[in-house]
Design a protein around this ligand. Structure first.
Ligand code: PM9
Length: 458
């Protein structure tokens, strides 16, 4: 079956609210045309993120009831550590309250001023945490990864020649770690192949540079490997995951994605010295090493979520649902990034709104219009998120891609919701000429998209 039906049935429902266009126009004005500022209850379909928005299973909810809230050594920590170690195989597992705190711990102990961090593409929090430690994030995704119309099975791969050249030019002393994001969120939720992971592993090993995975969507990446790399067609998803992690020395993880929970994360590694330093910082910033900023019940939900996420019928449904939405849009002629990613469909705003220059934030303008017309919230991944204003000259730099991401929460929406989204976007596409550009009214120095305020160009 091309789009497998849900491998679950629904036991609890949550009402969602429809609003009028007039209400949404008013709400957008109050929000400074920033969708992060909208009250969530005024959103009909919320595709802002797939992070922390999953529906937990009855098994996970049952796990919440056996939360052991002892300060130290709670039983759920041991279940959590066992579940994580079964998948990643690293010696040390540090729980954190979410992914960016794992990044902060890792980078704080491993980076110094002027260091370089190669990645396929840094996610925004990863980039910001590297910069916060006065190091430089470098994106070395393959050239194919920059072309939104090119079909390639593993567009998240790292350009290994570029990586070798970087090490030869800058010297390995300036590169304390190599990172790979699976799947590559900022590049369109595109997977990384096992072949590429092996190559990067070989380069890292040759130069004795630690290799870490940003593993937020590791299970979705494994599904693509099984589907697209013939060598893995008959392998089980857990065995693919084990092989994937075997090429790395550690990982950061936001369990809010492929942990199928609403909060949580971890940092895992083999190196004892790095572990000790990160643990000391953990106690200062997050909490004791057996809870790391989480309740015992949260640790139990992660332990169970990590097992469920590796079930093949779940992954076939998950990837299938995202693909279903993408194909409905493609059939209506809406320009989307190809191939369709694992957790999201990305609208190509440059092609959707060719009349708007990058200086007028076409992707944000499209996201705002979609909320105004249909009550659907999405997120901009373009010049608002990744553009920068030079503080000295005031000059703007722009990213290559202008995308609007429709991130699909896990196990939350039905295929009828996907049809509503596709029809609303197709309708907006037909009236695209009416969409106006935007101007920045306020921006923060780091991660500006979260708090920016904008207005419409008249
Ligand atoms: N990703 C996302 O929506 C949530 C934050 S922005 C609305 O895609 C990667 C690849 C991510 C990611 C978060 C983090 C940080 C690290 N790497 O949000 O701190 O996609 O748990 O994870 C978001 P936390």
């Amino acid at each position: 079956m091309e789009f497998p039906a849900e491998p679950f049935r629904i036991k609890v429902v949550e009402k969602i609210q429809k609003t009028t266009r007039e209400e949404r126009v008013e709400l957008l004005q109050q929000a400074g045309l920033n969708l992060f500022n909208l009250p969530a209850e005024k959103i009909y379909i919320d595709l802002l993120t797939d992070s922390g928005t999953s529906a937990m299973s009855d098994n996970q909810w049952a796990g919440m009831m056996v939360g052991d809230e002892s300060y130290a050594g709670c039983k759920n920590f041991f279940n959590f550590a066992r579940a994580v170690r079964d998948i990643v195989g690293f010696s040390h597992i540090i729980p954190t309250h979410q992914g960016r705190s794992a990044e902060n711990l890792l980078f704080s102990v491993i980076l110094k001023k002027g260091d370089l961090v190669p990645n396929n593409t840094h996610f925004d929090t990863t980039r910001a945490n590297v910069l916060h430690n006065e190091a430089i994030p470098l994106d070395l995704v393959i050239d194919e990864g920059h072309d939104p119309n090119l079909d390639h099975p593993f567009k998240g791969n790292m350009d290994v020649d570029k990586l070798e050249r970087l090490i030869a030019d800058k010297g390995k002393k300036r590169i304390p770690l190599i990172m790979m994001t699976v799947t590559n969120n900022s590049g369109g939720g595109q997977p990384v192949s096992m072949a590429n992971l092996r190559q990067v592993h070989r380069v890292a090993k040759k130069h004795r540079i630690p290799f870490f995975l940003d593993a937020c969507r590791f299970a979705e990446n494994c599904f693509f490997i099984k589907e697209r790399e013939p060598e893995f067609a008959s392998k089980s998803i857990p065995s693919i995951a084990r092989e994937m992690f075997s090429y790395a020395d550690g990982c950061t993880m936001s369990a809010k994605k492929d942990g199928l929970v609403n909060i949580g994360g971890f940092l895992a590694m083999n190196d004892d010295t790095c572990y000790r330093a990160a643990t000391n910082l953990l106690i200062l910033l997050e909490g004791f090493p057996t809870y790391g900023g989480l309740a015992g019940r949260d640790l139990e939900a992660i332990a169970r979520g990590l097992q469920e996420v590796l079930e093949e019928d779940y992954l076939a449904y998950r990837i299938g649902q995202v693909r279903y939405l993408g194909e409905l849009l493609s059939r209506s002629g809406v320009p989307i990034l190809k191939p369709i990613g694992g957790h999201a469909v990305y609208l190509n705003a440059r092609e959707f709104l060719p009349h708007l220059p990058q200086a007028q934030f076409p992707a944000q303008a499209l996201a705002v219009a979609l909320y105004r017309e249909a009550g659907i919230r999405t997120v901009e991944i373009g010049s608002l998120m990744f553009g920068e204003t030079d503080p000295k000259t005031g000059k703007e730099s722009y990213p290559e891609l202008e995308l609007v991401r429709l991130a699909i929460p896990r196990r939350v929406y039905t295929s009828m919701h996907m049809q509503y989204v596709a029809e609303s976007i197709a309708q907006l596409y037909r009236q695209r000429q009416s969409i106006k550009g935007l101007l920045l009214v306020y921006q923060a120095p780091l991660l500006r998209h979260f708090t920016a305020r904008l207005s419409e160009v008249e």
